[in-house]
Design a protein around this ligand. Structure first.
Ligand code: NAP
Length: 248
C-alpha cells in the first residue's frame, strides 16, 4: 500500500479507467486525466471515493503542453507523485499510408508520442532522486501494433507505439540511477471503445480468432499488469516491455 499520487492520463475510460480503479484499490491517490468526457472521469472518481479512496479528475489533452503542465500542477497539490501511467492514446480510422494527411499523422504523434514524452519529463523532474525527489515509476502504453506494424489499418499508430518502445528502453536507462523505473505494456486486442473511435467497434472481436488464446483481453487484464509494474513487486524491472496479448 502507498499514499503516493498516481497520474493516469486518459483515466476516464477503457484501460485507463480500469487502471485508475486498480491503483486506488492499492492505496494510490489517483489523478484521473481525461480529454473531453468529464462525465466519465467524474464517474471514476465517484467509484474510487465510494470505496474510501482518493481521486480527482483533471482535464488534460496530452496533445497540448499547457494542459500537461496544469495536470502536474494539480497532482502536486494532491500529494507526492509516485507513478505516472502514460495511457492516453488515439487511433485513426482504417487507412493506407498513401491516403494519410499530414494533419492526421501530426496529431497521432502529438498525442501518442510527444504527449507521453512530455508527461514523462514532468514526472522525472518530480521523482528523480538527483533533483531531490523520492523516486517513482513510469508505465507507458505501447501496443503489439509496434511489432506487427498494422499494415492497411493504421501504420501511423503502429509507428507511434514503436516510438514508445524505444522511449521506454532509453528513458529507463537514463533514470535507472535516480530511483525511477520505466516500463511499458504492449496490449493485444482489448475490449474497449478505442476500436469504435477507429470506425470499427467490433474490430477486437472480429480478429479474436488470430489470437493464440482465441479471445480478446479485458481492460482489467491490462490494468493488473500495469499496477504490478507500479508496485514494489516489480522492483527490479526497468526498461522492460511486457506483452499482455494472449500470445499475439
Ligand atoms: P479508449 O477506450 O479509447 O480510452 C481512451 C482514453 O484516453 C479516454 O480516457 C480518453 O479520454 C483518453 N484520451 C483520448 N485522447 C486523449 C488526449 N488527446 N489526451 C488525453 N486523453 C485522451 O482507449 P483504450 O483502448 O483504453 O486505450 C488506452 C491505451 O492503450 C492507448 O494508449 C492505446 O493505444 C493502448 N492500447 C489499446 C489497445 C486496445 O485494444 N484497446 C491495444 C493496444 C494498446 P475521454 O474519455 O475524455 O475521451
Amino acid at each position: 500500500m502507498t499514499d503516493k499520487v498516481a497520474i493516469i492520463t486518459g483515466g476516464s475510460r477503457g484501460i485507463g479507467r480500469a487502471t485508475a480503479l486498480a491503483a486506488a484499490a492499492r492505496g494510490f491517490r489517483v489523478v484521473v486525466g481525461y480529454a473531453n468526457n468529464e462525465t466519465a472521469a467524474r464517474e471514476v472518481v465517484s467509484v474510487i471515493e465510494a470505496s474510501n479512496g482518493k481521486a480527482i479528475a483533471v482535464k488534460c489533452d496530452v496533445g497540448a503542453e499547457s494542459d500537461i503542465l496544469a495536470l502536474f500542477d494539480a497532482a502536486d497539490a494532491f500529494g507526492t507523485l509516485g507513478a505516472l501511467v502514460n495511457n492516453a492514446g488515439i487511433v485513426g480510422t482504417t487507412m493506407r499510408v498513401a491516403d494519410m494527411s499530414a494533419e492526421r499523422i501530426a496529431r497521432m504523434m502529438a498525442v501518442n508520442v510527444t504527449g507521453s514524452i512530455l508527461c514523462a519529463r514532468e514526472a522525472v523532474k518530480r521523482m528523480s532522486t538527483r533533483r531531490g525527489g523520492k523516486g517513482g515509476v513510469i508505465v507507458n502504453l505501447s501496443s503489439v501494433a509496434a511489432k506487427l506494424g498494422s499494415p492497411n489499418t493504421y501504420v501511423d499508430y503502429a509507428a507511434s507505439k514503436g516510438a514508445i518502445d524505444s522511449f521506454t528502453v532509453g528513458l529507463g536507462h537514463e533514470v535507472a540511477g535516480e530511483g525511477i523505473r520505466v516500463a511499458a505494456i504492449r496490449p493485444g486486442l482489448i475490449d474497449t471503445e478505442i476500436h469504435a473511435s477507429g470506425g470499427e467497434p467490433d474490430r477486437a472481436h472480429r480478429l479474436a480468432h488470430m489470437v493464440p488464446m482465441q479471445r480478446v483481453g479485458t481492460a482489467d487484464e491490462i490494468a493488473n499488469a500495469i499496477v504490478w509494474l507500479m508496485s514494489d513487486e516489480a522492483s527490479y524491472v526497468t526498461s522492460a516491455i511486457l506483452d499482455v496479448s494472449g500470445g499475439r
